[in-house]
Each structure stands twice: as structure tokens, then as C-alpha cells.
Design a protein around this ligand. Structure first.
Ligand code: SF4
Length: 669
């Protein structure tokens, strides 16, 4: 569906001006000079048309020359523009035409604008504040301004008006306000309210042209119904700019085009509802051309789009074009664009990396996209790949941010508040707090390292992206923890680093989750502090003794049965074996001797020598290493009885009453 706004295109004032000049052209004789003072209307194509028909566009500086020509007998006709001219200029032209019959002035000022000039003349004086709501550089506003006597103010919008009027103290002397004829209606309404707020007896003249109002209202209605709005008009046309603003705010997409050649085929779908509106200076022929082109496109969109891709490689400044790499030198590459001229991309429009060789980036035959940045018959077509890449890369960054994608990046430099990382050619800032590096650590250590980051914030207006390394670390840790808790089971073995030590145990990193090895689980021997067995940073093997998924607590074991001294003893010795033992303690009833690390045996006083002794220390002392026979082993109580005497020659053994092995064990208890 394509709908054209009823009031699109030439308004009454513009039509009047164009009809005037076209009738002059029709009756133009050889040698006649017809000029417009500035652009007759704000439409480049129409001004080109006038030029092609011999109409010259002149500025105020040329008037004296034209007057001289007229005085020499030439027929000079000067047509003033639809937006009106300044009072002084008007007076000067009047005096020229009064004094020279061949100097004619044709006033093509729109009657609506002339009416505003009259309002200003009649209502401004030295005491009153005269407000014009409009663009200060617009020819219409400049012409209105030239008629203001006394205190005048030009405000572009309600914001500027509020700022200006709130600073004035003598408003009671009178306030008058008019609007540029093409002012946006909603903005004008706001301005009226502001004026009334500050001055109850202000004179407000509704000078917005009714055609403008209608056109804006239609654009609003149409853009709400359509997916795509095409706004046709010159880029310096104020009323077209306002239509475009309205369409942008209400349609899904809006494009400001000047002719059918600007239609963005690639951004319009066959199913889109299309609306067309046009500024007051847009000739009907251009509107009809756009409409016709759009109808054809919508009828056979696919073919036309393909054709436009292939053939209509439109080369104009700002166009994105495709080209095939034809040659590569140290400082530029040349592209075949499928048109007469070759495209050239200089090195600085390809990459910022001065080290890289262009021949490493491209090969002959590569197809690449580039933007036309200049075009001339002399220099050919100058292109930029960087601009296209920047846009594409930025779009990727926005997509990463929207999708929460984790991306690979390289840290390029450290700054005062963080680090800069390069992601797909875009510099992303990672604040220090999001680097995962401790407060007192040097961020410079990250430079040239590869990191995984997430884009956490986008500032579209400034094309700035904020990244976080910490967010990735946090997520990875969370995933690790979830996987751990989903699979953990008692007895599972892990190898992990000791992260910290407390008086009651050591915490071991099992991969995102810390488990505790209680002090009693560290050693079979009695220890006073875990540091007697492990140190922070040690990698140790542990196993899961128990865990609580809810409380996220896990108890680990470190000592194993293999290391259990009793088991070690049992694996090495049995009753009646002889062991080399070390005396580790002496009591009144005997001596304790270490058999293996962690297992001591008792040598009863009666089993130390082959004669009766009253004092153990007489025969043996701590530190002595002696051979002893294992005479009894109590598995249940994990007690061992030893005898030196049993190894002495039988004949030397004194006939004493020695206790049996079981009795010796009982003594030890
Ligand atoms: S938009 Fe209105 S004021 Fe401006 S030239 Fe057209 S008719 Fe005149």
C-alpha cells in the first residue's frame, strides 16, 4: 500500500512564486536578464531547472551590477523569493526600479509572509519585546526580523523561549509574538503557553500557515498508519525538516529523500505500508516520480532490489558501495565498482594500524563494502572502508550487549580508571572495578592479555561501550558451582589448591567451590595447627566426606587409610617379628618405643634386660635405637608389647618371675 499525503508538495505561496517565474521564462526574449534574489524556493531540483532555463540566482552583492546593466538599456527582472526579503533590501530595489524603467522587481513573497511583515511593522516599537519563534538563519525569519523596531528576540523553540523570557524584567510594557510560517504546531502551542505564563496581556499572532498545519497533521496521521514514511524535500527546507521529525516520531521508519534516487530500497520490505509526504517546495513531478518508483518496486520488489544491487551502484557522496579489489599497494587499494571510474581507498581509510601490510588484509578479487567520501572527474572515487567497518563493528557491539554475548578481547592499554580492550575493532572501556583485578594491583599487568568480556552498557549517542571482565568471571564461577553441586557425591576425589588456613582446618578450592578439611582430618597424628601439614597454595588430593547442598557446605578428608599408622604397622609386622625401634619415653613400669611413625610399643620393665632391674633408666635411655621382639598385638585397642629380653641368649636370662605379654600390655594401659 502506498499513500500520498493530500497536501504534499507545493503550497499556495510556492506555487504562486513558481507560476510567476515560469510565466516570465515563457515571455523571456533574447538578451533579457531574469534573476532570483537567493533561491526562489528551497528545492535544489527546481533551482537547477530555473538555471537550465537561463534564470540566474544572485545575492545582494550583485544588485549594483544588475542596476548598471539596466541603466545601459538591458531588461533586468529580479524576482524576490517566496520567503521574503529584508526591509533594507526591499527599499533598495524599490529605489532602483523607480529610477530605471528597465529594472523590474517582481515580488514573489508569499502573501502569508507579507502579512507577518505588516504585523511586525504595526506592533513592534522600542518598548515592547517582540518574539519570533523560528530558525534565526532561515530567510523568512531574517526578513521578518528586519521589520522589528526595538527589542526583538528570535527563539528556535519553547526551551529557548523559556530561557529568554524568564530573564526579562520589563514585560509589562508589552509582549508581541509571531511564528515562522512553517513552525511545528506542537512547539508553537507550547510557546504560546509560555508567553501567557509570563505576560497576561501579550499579543500573540497565529502566523503558522494553515497549509503547514494541514500538512503536519496529515503527516502525523499517515505516519501512524504506515511502516515507512518517505519525506521528500530539500535538505535546507525547514518545513520538510519538521515533517521528517513528525514522521520519525510516529512511523516505524522514516527517510528524508530529495528524489527517487534516494529511496533506500534495502530498508523497505514488500509488506511495508508506505506513506509519502513532501515539503512545501517539492515539485509535484518529483512526488509523482517517487510514487511511481515505489509502486513499481512494491510490484516486483525482489527483481528490482537485485537489479539495484547489480546495476544501480549509485555513486554519490555518502553511498555505501561494493567493489572488487583490483590492486594493492603499500598505501592504498583500488576497487572495481562496476562503473567508469575506479574507486580508491587510502591506507588511513582502511586501518589505524600502521604496522599492518595491506597485502595481508586483502587479496585481489576480494569483494568489500566501502563508503563514497569524495567523487570528482579528476580524482575519481575516493572511498572509506573504515567508516563502513566502524558502523558494522558498532552494530556488532550493540548486538553483543543486547544478547549478553561473551566476547574475546585483547587489552590494549591501561588508563587511570580502567583498561581499554579491543573488541572487533571497537575500543571498549572496562572500569577498574570491573576488571577483576584487586584494588591495589597494577592494571598494567593486563595489557596485551587476552580476556573474555561482556558489554554491560552502551552509550549510543557517544558510541561508547562499557565492558566487564568481572561479569564473565562471576558467570563462569557460577556455572562451575552449579555443575559442581549437580555432580558432587561422597567419596569423590579432587585435587585442589589450599586457599586459606584457619585454626580449625584448611579450605581447599575444588573448582569454584571451597571445601573444608577439618584439622582432625589432616593428619593421623595429633597436630596443633593445620599449617603443620599444609600451606596456602599447596595442591593436595582430597575426597568428599559429606556435603550439604542447601547450606553449600562441604567437608573434605585428606588423611587416608593407607597412611593410617596402625595399618602401616600391620602391613609391615606381625607377632614374633623383630623390629628396630626407637626409645621415645621412659616410665616407672617400662619404656615406650616407636615402631613405625605414629605407633609406639611398650617394653615392660621386666622385658628390658635379662636380669632384674629396678630402674628403667639404668638400662635404657630416650633416643636409643634397639632391636625388640613384638610379643603381643592388641588390634582392638591398637596396643603393641615389645621385648628386648626375648632376644637375649636363653642362658643369660635370669630366672626371674617375668609377666607374660598380656600383663605387660595391661600395665601400659
Ligand atoms: S508554506 Fe505557507 S507561508 Fe510558506 S510559502 Fe507556502 S503558503 Fe506561504
Amino acid at each position: 500500500m502506498i499513500r500520498v499525503s493530500e497536501n504534499a508538495g507545493f503550497c499556495f505561496g510556492v506555487r504562486r512564486a513558481t507560476d510567476t517565474i515560469e510565466s516570465l521564462i515563457k515571455n523571456m526574449r533574447e538578451g533579457d536578464v531574469i534573476c532570483t534574489l537567493g533561491k526562489l524556493i528551497h528545492n535544489e531540483q527546481y533551482c537547477d531547472y530555473l538555471k537550465a532555463h537561463g534564470v540566474r540566482e544572485v545575492s545582494g552583492d550583485s544588485l549594483d551590477g544588475l542596476y548598471e546593466l539596466a541603466k545601459q538599456g538591458k531588461s533586468v527582472t529580479l524576482v524576490t523569493r517566496a520567503h521574503g526579503i529584508e526591509r533594507e533590501l526591499s527599499a533598495r530595489l524599490e529605489s532602483f526600479s523607480d529610477s530605471c524603467s528597465t529594472f523590474k522587481v517582481v515580488d514573489a513573497t508569499c502573501p502569508y509572509v507579507t502579512k507577518i511583515h505588516k504585523i511586525v511593522k504595526e506592533n513592534s516599537d522600542k518598548d515592547k519585546h517582540f518574539f519570533i519563534i523560528g530558525g534565526e538563519n532561515h530567510p523568512e525569519v531574517r526578513s521578518i526580523w528586519s521589520y522589528v523596531d526595538g527589542k526583538g528576540h528570535i527563539c528556535a523553540d519553547s526551551g529557548e523561549l523559556e530561557n529568554t523570557i524568564s530573564g526579562l524584567t520589563d514585560l509589562e510594557k508589552g509582549v508581541v509574538c509571531v511564528a515562522q510560517t512553517t513552525q511545528k504546531l506542537s512547539e508553537w502551542k507550547k510557546c504560546q503557553q509560555i508567553i501567557k505564563k509570563y505576560c497576561t496581556n501579550a499579543k500573540i499572532f497565529d502566523t503558522i500557515c494553515s497549509v503547514t498545519e494541514k500538512r503536519q497533521a496529515e503527516a502525523l496521521e499517515l505516519s501512524r498508519l504506515c511502516d515507512v514514511m518517505l519525506v521528500i524535500g530539500g535538505k535546507d527546507s525547514s518545513n520538510t525538516a519538521k515533517l521528517y521529525q513528525i514522521c520519525c516520531a510516529n512511523a516505524k521508519k522514516a527517510f528524508w529523500i530529495q528524489t527517487k534516487d534516494d529511496i533506500p530500497f534495502d530498508q523497505i520490505a514488500t509488506t511495508d505500508k508506505i506513506g509519502i509526504t513532501a515539503g512545501a517546495s517539492t515539485p509535484d513531478s518529483i512526488i509523482q516520480e517517487v510514487k511511481r518508483t515505489m509502486s513499481e518496486i512494491m510490484e516486483n520488489f525482489a527483481e528490482l532490489f537485485e537489479a539495484s544491487e547489480k546495476e544501480t551502484q549509485k555513486i554519490y557522496k555518502g553511498a555505501i558501495v561494493k567493489g572488487i579489489v583490483m590492486s594493492i599497494s603499500e598505501n592504498e587499494i583500488s576497487l572495481d565498482l562496476g562503473v567508469k571510474h575506479t574507486g580508491t581507498i587510502k591506507r588511513d581509510q582502511i586501518t589505524s594500524d600502521n604496522e599492518v601490510k595491506l597485502s595481508d588484509l586483502f587479496k585481489i578479487g576480494d569483494e568489500i563494502d566501502a563508503k563514497v567520501i569524495a567523487k570528482s572527474d579528476l580524482d575519481g572515487i575516493t572511498l572509506s572502508k573504515k567508516v563502513v567497518d566502524d558502523v558494522k563493528n558498532w552494530e556488532k557491539i550493540v548486538e553483543y550487549a543486547n544478547n549478553g554475548t561473551v566476547v574475546d578481547a585483547v587489552v590494549t592499554k591501561a588508563t587511570k580508571g580502567g583498561v581499554i580492550v579491543a573488541v572487533d575493532g571497537v575500543e571498549v572501556f572496562v572500569p577498574a572495578s570491573m576488571t577483576g583485578v584487586g584494588k591495589d594491583k597494577d592494571l598494567g599487568e593486563l595489557v596485551k592479555t587476552a580476556q573474555k568480556i561482556k558489554i554491560v552498557e552502551i552509550k549510543e549517542d557517544r558510541r561508547r561501550a562499557i565492558g566487564s571482565i568481572k561479569a564473565v568471571i562471576r558467570e563462569e564461577k557460577k556455572a562451575q558451582q552449579e555443575a559442581f553441586w549437580a555432580s558432587v557425591e561422597e567419596g569423590a576425589e579432587f585435587e585442589g589448591a589450599v586457599r586459606s588456613i584457619t585454626p580449625y582446618g584448611a579450605f581447599v578450592d575444588l573448582g569454584g567451590v571451597d571445601g573444608l578439611v577439618h584439622i582432625t582430618e589432616l593428619s593421623w597424628k595429633r597436630i596443633k595447627n593445620p599449617s603443620e601439614v599444609v600451606s596456602v597454595g599447596d595442591t593436595i588430593k582430597v575426597f568428599v566426606k559429606s556435603f550439604d547442598k542447601e547450606a553449600k557446605k562441604i567437608s573434605l578428608g585428606y588423611k587416608t587409610d593407607d597412611q593410617n599408622p596402625w595399618n602401616v604397622f600391620k602391613s609391615k609386622y606381625a607377632e614374633n617379628d623383630v623390629a628396630q625401634v626407637k626409645i621415645v619415653g621412659i616410665t616407672s613400669f617400662g619404656a615406650f618405643a616407636e615402631i613405625v611413625d605414629g605407633v609406639d610399643g611398650l617394653i615392660h620393665i621386666s622385658q628390658i634386660a635379662n636380669k632384674k632391674i629396678d630402674n628403667v633408666a639404668e638400662a635404657i635411655k630416650v633416643g636409643d635405637v634397639v632391636d625388640a621382639k613384638i610379643v603381643a598385638v592388641d588390634d582392638e585397642k591398637q596396643k603393641v608389647s615389645l621385648s628386648i629380653r626375648a632376644l637375649l641368649p636363653e642362658e643369660e636370662v635370669a630366672n626371674e618371675d617375668a609377666p607374660v605379654a598380656e600383663e605387660a600390655v595391661a600395665d601400659a594401659e
